[in-house]
Design a protein around this ligand. Structure first.
Ligand code: FUC
Length: 760
C-alpha cells in the first residue's frame, strides 16, 4: 500500500490550513483543494518577502539599535549586584526595532471549470508521497476528469495537467486573485504576472505557459481554454532577492530567470518533466521505508484521523507510518539547495499576514524543522540551512557589535556573530522589539548543533572544513567573549538570560549555559576532526568546565534557572505547563543528559512529568523526541498519539494552532528517534518502541558516523539487521533479541554492508 494522503471529497476552498494538499520544490510551493467546478491554487515563491533594505527604507539595519552594549553591561552589573528591579527597568533598551517584514503570498489562481450538469461522483483527490504527485479525479455527467500537478526542483517549475475523458470536453477559465499591484499581461501562450512588492520594491515575475489541444485565449484577465482534451500549464516564479548582505538583491531581472524556465519546461513536456522530477525526488525519498505492523487500513485522511483518535489499531499504524513519510516529503518539498530554508510553514502560505510573519524563529522552530534531516537520510535538505546561517554572519556581526561590543574589523575579522529569536531573509539578527520574547543569545549556539550534526551523520569533511566549521568557529568566538565570571554562582555565565517565552530574567539559565556548553564540546570535536588547534581551542577547553549548566533543585527537578531555589526568586512569570522545555536541551537535541548520566536523566524525567504532556503541536513533538531519548517507548508513543490525535489537521499538517510545520518535522524525527539512536556513541536499534509496535521494518535510517541501518522486528525482537557504512569505520550496535539486548562490534570498509542478523 502506497503512502498516499487522500480524500473522497473536495476540500473547502476557504479552509486552507486544514484542507489543502501541498506540493513544492524548495523555491516554489502550490497548494490545491481538489475543487471540481472551482479550484483554488495557492501559489508561493519562497523569497517573496516584504521588509528589508530598499529605497523607502534607506536606514534599514536589520533591527539593530546602536550602542546597546552599554545597557547590556549595566543590566549585567545590576543582576550581579542583585538589583533585579533596576535591571528589569533597563530591559526595554535590549530590544531591536524597525520593520521586520513578512513572507507574502504570490497569488491565488482560481480555476472555473465548465462541467456538465449533475453530481460529482467517483471523486478522489490524493497526494501520493511515493510519487511526489498530486491528483484529483472525478466523474460528472458520465465524463471523467483528471487534474494532476507536481513541483520540480531540477526544472524549477510547477506543472498542472487537466485532462478530460471526453474528447474536447475540457473548458475552463483561470484568473489570478489576491495579486500584488502588478502588470498582468499576455504574451502568446503565456500569462505573465510581473511587478514589485509595494513595501520594498522587490521585483517578481510569474509565468503560466499554457500548452493545449483546445482553443486558447489569454488576456490580462486570465486564461480561457475551450474544447480541449488535455491542457498543461507550466508555472514558475522568481524574484530579484539574493541571500546576500547588505542589499539582498541580485540585480537580475526575474523575467530573465522565469522566461527560459517555462519555455524549457514546455519543450520538455509533461512526461519527461515528471520523469526528471521523480528521479530527483525519489533519489532522496526512496532511501527510507517504514512499516509498522501490517498497516492494512487504507482510509481517506479525515477518516483515518478519526479512526486514529478512536484507537483503531490498523488506522494508528497506518497513520504513524504515513505521518513519518509526510514529514520527509514536506522537507524535500520545502528545503532544497539554492533556496531559503523551510520557514514556519515550509514554503506554503495563503496570505500576506501569516502568523509570526512565517519567519525563521530560532528559539526552537527552525531547529526543529531540521531535526529529521539526518536520521531520516535527507542530509542534502539541510544545505539551505547551512547557507542561510553562513549568510547571517555578516549582519550578525553588526548585532554582535551593537549589543555585545564584540567587534569584527580588519585586525579581528570574523570575530563573532549572533542572532536572536527571529530572523528574516534580510539579515534581521537583532533582538525582537520586546525583550521578553525577543532576547535569546544562545539561539545561535543551538543552531550550531543542527549544522554540526550534518558532519556527524555524513562524515563529509570537505563541507565541515569549508562551510560548517567557519560558521561554528565564529559563533564560538562570540560566546567566548560574551561569557562573564559570576562570583556568586562561581561560574562563567551568559547574562542576562531569559528562558524562551516565559523567563524570568536571570543569570546563566540552563537553556543558555547548556547550549553554549554543547557548542563548545562540538567545536572541540570538529577541531579535532580537522586537526585545528590554536588559541581558541585552548580558551574553549579552559572555559568549558566553568559553564556548569545542570543543577538539580530542592524538589529533585532539573533546574531551569540557577537561582530558582533562592527565596527572592520571582516565580510570577513561570507557567506550570509551559510549552518550551528549554532546560532539557541536553537530553534532546543535545547529548549531555543520557543513560551515562543517570542522576541528570532522573531529574530530566521528573521535570518532564512536572511540565506535563499536553501542549501545542511542536511542543508535543519536542516532548516526543525527549521521551524517546529516555528509552521509555510507551511514553514516547503517548506523545506521538497526542501529536497526531490532538494537533493534526485532516490534511495532516501540524497545528499550534495555527498551522506550523515544525510539528510535522519534529514528529517525523521523533518516530525515527524511537526506532534508531546513535547519540551515545553506540547505535541502538529500537531503543524506544512501544509494545503496540509489535512488528515492523525500516530501511535507510541513519546513525552518526555515516552508518545506514535496515531492520525488521517481530514481537519486539530484531529478526533482520543490516548495516551499511558510507565511509567505512567502526561502530557498536545494540539491538533487542528474544534473549535481551545484544551488542555487536563492527568494522566496515567504505560502502560495505553487513548483515548483523540474517533472515532465518
Ligand atoms: C516560538 C513559540 C511559539 C510559536 C513561535 C513561532 O516562539 O514559543 O509558540 O511557535 O515560536
Amino acid at each position: 500500500m502506497g503512502n498516499i494522503i487522500w480524500f473522497d471529497k473536495e476540500g473547502d476552498l476557504t479552509k486552507w490550513e486544514s484542507q489543502c494538499l501541498p506540493i513544492g520544490s524548495g523555491f516554489l510551493g502550490a497548494s490545491m483543494f481538489g475543487g471540481a467546478r472551482r479550484e483554488r491554487i495557492v501559489l508561493n515563491e519562497k523569497s517573496l518577502w516584504a521588509g528589508g533594505p530598499c529605497e523607502n527604507r534607506p536606514d534599514y539595519r536589520g533591527g539593530n539599535k546602536r550602542g546597546r552594549y552599554k545597557y547590556v553591561a549595566e543590566v549585567q552589573k545590576l543582576l550581579a549586584d542583585g538589583d533585579y528591579e533596576k535591571a528589569v527597568e533597563l530591559l526595554p533598551e535590549l530590544t531591536g526595532d524597525g520593520d521586520f517584514g513578512t513572507y507574502l503570498l504570490l497569488c491565488d489562481a482560481v480555476v472555473d471549470f465548465e462541467l456538465p450538469s449533475g453530481e460529482t461522483v467517483d471523486y478522489e483527490r490524493r497526494l501520493d508521497l511515493d510519487k511526489s504527485l498530486y491528483s484529483c479525479e472525478f466523474t460528472v455527467g458520465g465524463v471523467r476528469y483528471t487534474h494532476e500537478a507536481f513541483a520540480s526542483y531540477p526544472d524549477r517549475v510547477i506543472a498542472f495537467r487537466f485532462f478530460c475523458g471526453k474528447r474536447g470536453g475540457l473548458c475552463f477559465k483561470l484568473r489570478l486573485d489576491k495579486t500584488h499591484p502588478a502588470r498582468i499581461s499576455a504574451e502568446d501562450d503565456t500569462l505573465i504576472y510581473n511587478g514589485e512588492v509595494s513595501d520594498n520594491g522587490m521585483r517578481f515575475d510569474a509565468r503560466f505557459k499554457v500548452i493545449t489541444d483546445g482553443e486558447l485565449e489569454i488576456t490580462p484577465e486570465g486564461i480561457s481554454v475551450r474544447n480541449s482534451t488535455e491542457t498543461v500549464i507550466y508555472f514558475t516564479a522568481a524574484t530579484d532577492y539574493e541571500m546576500k548582505y547588505p542589499s539582498y538583491r541580485s540585480g537580475v531581472s526575474p523575467e530573465t530567470v522565469t522566461a527560459p524556465l517555462v519555455e524549457a519546461a514546455a519543450a520538455k513536456g509533461w512526461h519527461n518533466l515528471y520523469n526528471t522530477h521523480y528521479e530527483d525526488y525519489s533519489k532522496l525519498y526512496d532511501r527510507v521505508t517504514l512499516r509498522i505492523n501490517s498497516q492494512s487500513t487504507d482510509l481517506p485522511a479525515d477518516k483515518l484521523l478519526e479512526a486514529y483518535r478512536k484507537g483503531d489499531r490498523a488506522a494508528m499504524n497506518r497513520l504513524e507510518a504515513l505521518y513519518f513519510q509526510y514529514g520527509r516529503y514536506l522537507l524535500i518539498s520545502s528545503s532544497r539547495t539554492g533556496a531559503l530554508p523551510a520557514n514556519l510553514q515550509g514554503v506554503w502560505n495563503e496570505c500576506n499576514t501569516p502568523p509570526w510573519c512565517c519567519d525563521y524563529h530560532i528559539n526552537v522552530n527552525l531547529q526543529m524543522n531540521y531535526w529529521g534531516a539526518y536520521n531520516t537520510n535527507l542530509a542534502e535538505t539541510a544545505v539551505p540551512l547551512i547557507d542561510f546561517l553562513d549568510r547571517l554572519r555578516e549582519p550578525g556581526r553588526v548585532t554582535a557589535s551593537e549589543y555585545y561590543n564584540i567587534v569584527s574589523d580588519e585586525s579581528a575579522p570574523e570575530n563573532g556573530w549572533t542572532a536572536h529569536t527571529q530572523c528574516s531573509p534580510f539579515g534581521w539578527t537583532a533582538p525582537g522589539w520586546e525583550f521578553y520574547w525577543g532576547w535569546s543569545t544562545a539561539a545561535v549556539a543551538w543552531l550550531m548543533q543542527n549544522i554540526w550534526e550534518y558532519y556527524e551523520f555524513t562524515g563529509d569533511k570537505k563541507t565541515l572544513r569549508e562551510r560548517i566549521f567557519p560558521i561554528m568557529r565564529e559563533s564560538v568566538r562570540f560566546y567566548t567573549q560574551w561569557l562573564i565570571y559570576d562570583e556568586k554562582q562561581d561560574r562563567l555565565v551568559s547574562s542576562p538570560t531569559y528562558s524562551p517565552e516565559h523567563g524570568p530574567v536571570t543569570v546563566g539559565n540552563t537553556y543558555e549555559q547548556s547550549l553554549i556548553e554543547q557548542l563548545f564540546i562540538d567545536f572541540l570535536a570538529a577541531s579535532e576532526e580537522l586537526s585545528e588547534e590554536g588559541e581558541l581551542q585552548e580558551k574553549v577547553r579552559g572555559m568549558l568546565p566553568k559553564l556548569k549548566p545542570y543543577h538539580i533543585g530542592k524538589t529533585g527537578l532539573l533546574k531551569e534557572w540557577f537561582e530558582e531555589d533562592a527565596p527572592q526568586f520571582d516565580r510570577s512569570q513561570i507557567q506550570q505547563n509551559h510549552r518550551h522545555l528549554s532546560h532539557l536541551m541536553g537530553l534532546y537535541p543535545g547529548k549531555r543528559i543520557s543513560s551515562q548520566t543517570p542522576e541528570l536523566m532522573r531529574a530530566a524525567v521528573m521535570s518532564m512529568n512536572d511540565r506535563g504532556d499536553k501542549s501545542t503541536g511542536w511542543a508535543r513533538a519536542h516532548r516526543l523526541n525527549l521521551w524517546a531519548r529516555t528509552g521509555d517507548g510507551e511514553r514516547a508513543y503517548k506523545l506521538l498519539r497526542g501529536l497526531l490525535g490532538d494537533c493534526t489537521f485532516e490534511n495532516l499538517w501540524d497545528f499550534h494552532p495555527p498551522f506550523q510545520i515544525d510539528g510535522n518535522f519534529g514528529g517525523s524525527a521523533g518516530i525515527a528517534e524511537m526506532l534508531l539512536q546513535s547519540h551515545e556513541g553506540v547505535i541502538r536499534v529500537l531503543p524506544s518502541v512501544p509494545e503496540e509496535w509489535e512488528s515492523g521494518a525500516f530501511t535507510g535510517l541513519c546513525a552518526r558516523g555515516g552508518f545506514v541501518v535496515d531492520a525488521e522486528w517481530e514481537n519486539g525482537a530484531v529478526t533482520w539487521l543490516c548495516v551499511t557504512a558510507k565511509n567505512g569505520g567502526e561502530c557498536g550496535i545494540a539491538f533487542p533479541t528474544n534473549d535481551g539486548v545484544k551488542n555487536v562490534k563492527l568494522k566496515l570498509n567504505a560502502e560495505e554492508a553487513v548483515s548483523v542478523v540474517s533472515r532465518s
